[in-house]
Design a protein around this ligand. Sequence first.
Ligand SMILES: [Mn+2]
Length: 295
Amino acid sequence: MTNSLVQPLFDGPLDIVGDIHGEIGPLRSLMQHLGYDDQGAHPAGRRLVFVGDLTDRGPDSPAVVRLVQRLTESGRAQCVLGNHDLNILLDHRKHDNGWFFGETFTADDQVVPQVLADQTTRRQILDFFRTLPLALERHDLRVVHACWPDEMIHLARNANDTVALYHEFHQRIEDALPARKLDPIDQELEHQNQNPVKHVTSGPEERTEKPIELAGKKRHEKRVHWWEHYHDVFCVFGHYSILEGNPRGGETTFCVDYGVGKRWTERRTGKTSHFRLKLAAFRWPEKTIVFDEGA
Ligand SMILES: [Mn+2]
């Protein structure tokens, strides 16, 4: 772990793939439609970049991680860490990452079919996630999972260990809280916005006037649409699923998360093709989109 958490992005033409969330089938099919072989080689020398959130929800998170790991280790792809990947790395159990801990995922009392991780798989995944940068950059393009805030990126650039950086800032924020007399909501926001690992992987948040309900829980924080005020080197990110209705592209930003992470809900209604929620790749420099079903 001697590499900076902000690394140089590949030169040349790229295909930047959105949040996969365990959807191994759509990933294989997207790679084919983009013209890659199983080894991740492309006849035109294009290369793959993944925006993170490889895991959770979909049927086979271990297979997705294995494939992306194989591609990155052979120098054919790059990948940044997403917030779901981070939770696993930090050993934070969430409602939809039970597969990693060997537990089945149920929704409305029905089991969602998923491959569960065994001990060996867990170790492999942790070892791989530990190697992933938080951000990738070159003169004309930036890639992060959720957000590119200059001051946080600067902190990440001077660090080489995501887990250590996370804990360092977690502790620093905790230590400063008592003197500041913040209410619990503002304390949460401090941890979200002032920890570079949290900010880059899950984006800035702000206080809501009225509580909003998200996944059955009342929340007093909402996501800030940072891309509306970003005017810098073109930045490609994921995280903000199309289900949230956020705009996909701006002058200098593009969000490539087309929501495939919720495809398991579509499957439960009996759908087997022509899904509404897709896995997508944003092609650079063409600025075109290719979907997993080929469109
Ligand atoms: Mn995410």
